[in-house]
Design a protein around this ligand. Sequence first.
Ligand code: ZN
Length: 105
Amino acid sequence: MKLSELRPCDSCGGPLKGGVFRIVETRFAAVNAREANGTLALTQYFGGGGGAFALAEVMSPTPDAVKVTPKVLEKFFLCMECWCKPVCLAELAEKRADAERDKEG
Ligand SMILES: [Zn+2]
């Protein structure tokens, strides 16, 4: 990442003090119910429990029942102070979208 890509903290708007900060990336994720049910049914078939679940995931034709989009939706910069306190990511996403809209004109 280049210095020119840095911006102030997305939560407080302050500087990223001390040069150490967090980057939080978001993506969409969804559980495919049909594929999840397939794995869970196999778990029951193998007797239930943690061992049966692990075996079911190995034996399932569709073990990746949770789909995660590869595209990063948002990338938030958080100073260490904001990292340690409650932050509403949905609110930050709105603020980032507004900032991007303003930048584009
Ligand atoms: Zn901050």
